[in-house]
Structure formats: structure tokens, C-alpha cells
Design a protein. Structure first.
Length: 84
């Protein structure tokens, strides 16, 4: 099996790889191999659900958040016939 060394990896990329390894409970070596295989299209993403790829950017609500929103916007769903 081939071994490679990556020189001058910037701190932000290295930090993200370390964070991913920690979250996944994997070694850095296994994490880098997994990321390379995914980037090259050799391995499917683990969860298979692309929505979760962007959840951190889209603001996912909890059930409590949803209830509070529904409560505070209840009056907005009423139609006053005089407005028409």
C-alpha cells in the first residue's frame, strides 16, 4: 500500500481534519483516507442524506422552537374579510 506525506498543510485545513476525526471517533489517518475516497467518488457519504451536509448553515429548529414560532405567528394566519 502506498504512503504519502502532505507538506505545508495550512492550519485551518489541518484543524478541520482534526475536528472531523474527533467527531467521527477516527484516527487522523483513517479520516484523511475517508475524505480522499469521498472526494474521488470512490465511497458514498456515510449517512447518504445530503440535507445534513448543510444543516449547520440552514438553521435547524427544535420542536420547542417550532412551537414558539407557531404560537407567536398564530394571528398572522387569520384573514380579516374587511381587508378584502
Amino acid at each position: 500500500m502506498k504512503s504519502i506525506t502532505i507538506h505545508d498543510l495550512d492550519e485551518s485545513t489541518g484543524g478541520l481534519i482534526e475536528e472531523k476525526a474527533r467527531k467521527e471517533g477516527l484516527s487522523l489517518n483513517k479520516t484523511v483516507k475517508m475524505l480522499l475516497r469521498q472526494a474521488l467518488g470512490l465511497e458514498e457519504r456515510r449517512n447518504g442524506d445530503r440535507k445534513t451536509d448543510f444543516a449547520e448553515f440552514s438553521g435547524v429548529w427544535s420542536k420547542a422552537d417550532e412551537r414558539e414560532f407557531e404560537k407567536k405567528t398564530k394571528d398572522l394566519r387569520k384573514v380579516d374579510p374587511r381587508d378584502w
